[in-house]
Design a protein around this ligand. Structure first.
Ligand SMILES: [Zn+2]
Ligand SMILES: [Zn+2]
Length: 344
């Protein structure tokens, strides 16, 4: 032992500012809290503001964190452990006591401070955008047919919703402002330009659709940056997988649609062919998959079968692929009065 306390003179090696620990701690307030701490909560989504960001958390946790974050400690010490107790005064005011362990050199002292956490109602930026009908992009889904079938409409909207839900798990700014059924399609108002761009690409690829975009200057931000609203057009093609299409005066079954183009199977020789995406608009729908007929099979020989014509019950010979597995019925399409086997 070669140190001593300048206050009481005791010999010790553990001194802070020349004082032994009991003299240093005597009448000293180690931690303090302000008289009150404001905690902002969004009345719409219930999230709490913490370090400039809204976060979803249990009210008790938000209240205790608000108090802990306001805690200040003397500069000689460091708060190493805290426990909070919350006493509600009413729905908006909570008396919070933070008990803590304060490390001062290699000594740990107990300390505590109290405050009132006042919960203040507000609306977060995201909720205010939602309620304010905020949008940056309009996704215009249109059909090449007279009307967009409700089945296809539901299918597309489900894809849009799933996509935005997925994006929202990592970005709370991603949301659908509204959807509007319009003649020949549907308009989806989106909170972010990126959503519109990505959805247009995804839907375009999925349906081999024609896409387009146009920008409109809608104003400037406070720091003088031009603000655009972007319209994305996705024109869904008339064709769908399973339809019979005409391509270059011949008839085919459309077997696949992808971002690169389509695959078609000839009704004459059952050979597969690919169509580049740029040429896909040349496909003309001859019969929708829902319009195809079913014929009873009477007899089967290699590469050919006899079926009963479902319209007049006469027996017809039709070509089938050599390796086709033929059941009791087959799907057929009538072109210029002749039945063709549909190689599904
Ligand atoms: Zn002392
Ligand atoms: Zn909110």
């Amino acid at each position: 032992m070669n140190g001593f306390c300048v206050e009481c003179g005791i010999t010790t090696n553990q001194t802070v500012n020349g004082l032994c620990m009991p003299c240093f701690l005597k009448d000293r307030t180690l931690v303090t809290l302000p008289d009150h701490v404001d905690l902002f909560t969004c009345t719409s989504c219930g999230q709490f503001l913490r370090r400039g960001e809204y976060e979803s958390m249990a009210p008790e946790k938000a209240i205790s964190m608000a108090a802990k974050n306001a805690l200040t400690c003397i500069r000689e010490g460091k708060v190493v452990k805290t426990t909070t107790s919350i006493e509600p005064r009413d729905d908006y005011n909570y008396a919070v006591t933070v008990a803590c362990k304060v490390a001062i050199s290699d000594f740990e002292a107990d300390a505590a401070a109290s405050t009132i956490v006042r919960v203040k109602n507000t609306v977060c930026k995201i909720c205010s955008r939602r309620t304010g009908n905020y949008y940056e992009a309009i996704l215009q889904v249109r059909t090449s047919e007279k009307t967009l079938s409700s089945k296809l409409q539901d299918e597309v909207l489900k894809k849009v919703e799933d996509f935005v839900d997925d994006a929202a798990t990592t970005n709370p700014n991603a949301f659908i402002t509204k959807m509007e059924i319009v003649p020949g399609g549907v308009d989806v108002y989106l909170s972010m330009i990126a959503l519109g761009r990505e959805l247009t690409k995804a839907l375009g690829d999925n349906y081999c659709a024609q896409v387009d975009e146009s920008n409109k200057l809608v104003g400037q931000t406070r720091d003088g940056i031009d603000m655009y609203r972007v319209s994305y057009l996705v024109r869904l093609p008339e064709f769908h997988v399973g339809d019979i299409v005409r391509y270059g005066k011949k008839y085919y079954l459309l077997t696949r649609v992808a971002n690169t183009g389509g695959k078609i199977r000839s009704l004459n020789n059952f050979a597969d062919m690919t169509v580049r995406r740029a040429n896909m608009p040349e496909l003309k729908v001859y019969a929708k998959s829902s319009e195809l007929e079913t014929a009873d099979v009477i007899s089967i020989s290699r590469g050919e079968i006899q079926v009963m014509d479902p319209q007049n019950y006469s027996v017809k010979d039709i070509l089938v692929p050599k390796d086709a597995v033929i059941g009791e019925t087959v799907t057929v399409v009538r072109i210029d009065g002749v039945l063709y086997y549909v190689p599904l």
